[in-house]
Write a protein that binds this ligand. Structure first.
Ligand SMILES: [Zn+2]
Length: 419
């Protein structure tokens, strides 16, 4: 190959790289509207109200009640297996490798219950919109999945995750990040999975339409206000350069959210560490806890063993200026321990967040902690503070997810007013 030809190829590559860089920009820059619309084409307009599959429970015995006419079909073949006008409280079981609803045996591995009028299906103490799927699982358990339209799901998550007396702007932001989180999980769910996310804080809290608490009181899982917010924000999601991202959030960040990448593998660039003074009113902005020294030492040694580190004895435990780690020493050797890494080894009932100072006495270990939850992304109590200070929903989302863009998959551009 001649030198001239090589030079031409190199120059062409260089020009292409410059064009590509200019086109793609830095990861913090928002996309111009033309390119954003282009990137969003992959999300169809119907995706603002898809059916989402929520894992409710997996147990040996579950109670079921249906307050409307219903049909039971095989999930795989959609063949009608049975139907009825109503079903009084009945036990669902998995026995001899088959699903049983009361005395009726079902040969299918998975069955689906649909109703003529929703919400009508009670699973244990919760009533749900949409359909219910039952799967027979190994070791004699039944897995229950609620297949529910996104609008109903968001109405319930908004109330399940955030108090009804928080300002409209904060609750609208909560609805938008809950929808983004759910759509992202749907995108990520494997083809073989029977569900997209959990109904607990393992994903996001979803109480359903209504439920009975431990004292038997009937409580609402959604409200006229949360239903309205779900409708008013329909189709609205947070994106980063045209892609949905996992909108992690927690109750109280305790003054500063943590960098997402240090906690979650799939943390997108907008999950930055943000200084937040807006959650100071929260009960758990700062908290204190204590634990006996023997229990703490045991947890610490277990943690060190797991990490392949050894200390003969634990002589001293000291926090420095940082909330992120503390130091343990046997008198000769010192080891830095990340508070976040140790947290799962300690009693979670005591430690509300991974951000704490440790002070060890001879009998007790005392913790002074900040925040509630994992402290990454949107801070729920902080959004309340920002809304009270007059910030709009979009500004609140920008504050906690810098570099993200709020878009509407339905094509509407405005968040409806609170009225
Ligand atoms: Zn905060």
């Amino acid at each position: 190959m001649s030198r001239v030809l090589i030079a031409i190829i190199l120059i062409t590559c260089l020009i292409s790289a410059v064009i590509w860089y200019e086109k793609s920009g830095s990861e913090d820059e928002p996309l111009a509207s033309a390119q954003l619309s282009e990137n969003l084409k992959k999300y169809s307009k119907s995706s603002f109200n898809p059916e989402i599959r929520v894992h409710l429970t997996r147990r040996r015995s579950i109670s079921l009640k249906i307050q409307s006419a219903y049909e039971i079909r095989s999930i795989k073949s959609q063949k009608l297996l049975s139907s009825g006008k109503k079903l009084s409280q009945t036990a669902i079981k998995h026995s001899r490798n088959k699903l049983w609803i009361g005395e009726t045996k079902y040969e299918s591995k998975g069955i689906e219950i649909s109703v003529s009028k929703s919400p009508a299906i009670w699973v244990n103490d919760h009533c749900y919109h949409g359909k219910i799927r039952l799967y027979s699982k190994s070791n004699g358990r039944v897995e229950i999945v609620n297949v529910v339209p996104m609008r109903n799901y968001i109405a319930s998550v908004t109330d399940s995750e955030m108090p009804g007396n928080f300002p409209f702007e904060a609750r609208a932001a909560q609805a938008i990040i809950a929808r983004t989180y759910a759509l992202y999980q749907m995108e990520q769910a494997s083809k073989n999975s029977s569900f997209d996310l959990y109904s607990s804080t393992r994903s996001q809290k979803y109480l359903g339409y209504q439920y009975r608490d431990k004292r038997g009181r009937l409580l609402a899982g959604e409200s006229p206000s949360s239903r309205k917010i779900s409708e008013q924000t329909a189709g609205m999601v947070c994106t980063h350069r045209g892609d949905l991202f996992c909108t992690y959030y927690s109750a109280v960040c305790g003054g500063k959210s943590d960098e997402g990448k240090t906690v979650f593998k799939d943390a997108a660039p907008p999950l930055k560490s943000v200084v937040c003074e807006w959650c100071r009113d929260a009960r758990y902005f700062q908290w204190n806890a204590s634990m006996d020294r023997v229990t703490f030492n045991r947890a610490l040694l277990k943690f060190l063993r797991k990490k392949g580190m050894k200390l003969r004895v634990i002589q001293s435990i000291k926090s420095g200026a940082s909330l992120d780690y503390f130091t343990v020493s046997d008198g000769k050797k010192s080891i830095k321990i990340k508070t976040r890494e140790l947290k799962p080894y300690l009693l979670s009932a005591h430690l509300l967040s991974p951000k704490y100072f440790v002070q060890a006495g001879s009998q007790k270990v005392h913790f002074k902690g900040f925040g509630h939850g994992h402290c990454v992304g949107f801070c729920q109590w902080g959004s309340r503070g920002l809304a009270k200070a007059g910030k709009c929903t979009e500004a609140i989302l920008q504050f906690y997810y810098p570099g993200s863009q709020l878009v509407n998959l339905t094509g509407n551009t405005e968040i409806a007013s609170r009225k």
